[in-house]
Design a protein around this ligand. Sequence first.
Ligand code: UDP
Length: 271
Amino acid sequence: MISNVTRGSEPREELLERSAAESPRVSVSWIAAIPVANLTEDETVDAIDRLIREGGSHYGVVVNAAKVVTANQNESLKRVLLEADLVTADGMSVVWASRLLGGGLKERVTGIDLFQQLVERAASRGLSVYLLGARDESVLGTVERLKARHAKLRVAGYRNGYFDDNESESVAGEIRRSAADLLFVAMGSPGQELWIASNLSRTGVRFALGVGGSFDHVSGLAVRAPRWMQHLGLEWLHRLLREPRRLWKRYLVGNLKFIWLIAKQLVSRNG
Ligand code: UDP
């Protein structure tokens, strides 16, 4: 999907060329060497629609500051992001960074919102979905709530996200046998992204997306931040206030590393 690159340090020319040829319409902002699509949520859903109609298997990734930092330390995750058909900004700090770098992203496109929009579209188009990830009560609760919301939704299958690496092949085989069109994987990052990239072709789905803790929220097992906090991009603060002991250090260190990466990019661009 990568084309009309706005700015930044472009790491893989060959990928750029290949992707630009595939979808010339989508422009990206480079955020610490990660190409983030400059699309609104509705445009993202339309772009995914096009990928689905194109045939073959595709996948998307949503990124927040933590994932950008991890990708800069973990070559496997970075490759998965560079080879994704679509990367969108899950975190407000990624949108702010893009503005600072001059290639302003239009808006944030979160995993959970994208998940719910794609499910709605799947229901209206007759496409089937498979839900992989979270604990049993969470994934089952999500299936029930989605079916209650969308009477026509076809759920091809679901399973929890707790299995060993050596079971991945049989999990992917189960998804293939379900003939699902769309796959949502809620197993946390970067595990879900790595799982999708290594198993996508085995699953045979048309489009896969990693959706983090979305099943816990949709099932009602975890509480999402109030709307006003979501609008201000303060979901991270909501999480931090709920679990301060576990998260404060992760947030502080992660955000400092993210700021450092963006500062380096600003300096190298201006230098
Ligand atoms: N999870 C899973 N398998 C694992 C580890 C985690 O299915 O081996 C699930 C977990 O139950 C939760 C989700 O992955 O529903 C991770 O949520 P979190 O909010 O931590 O993800 P993030 O969005 O921060 O990556």
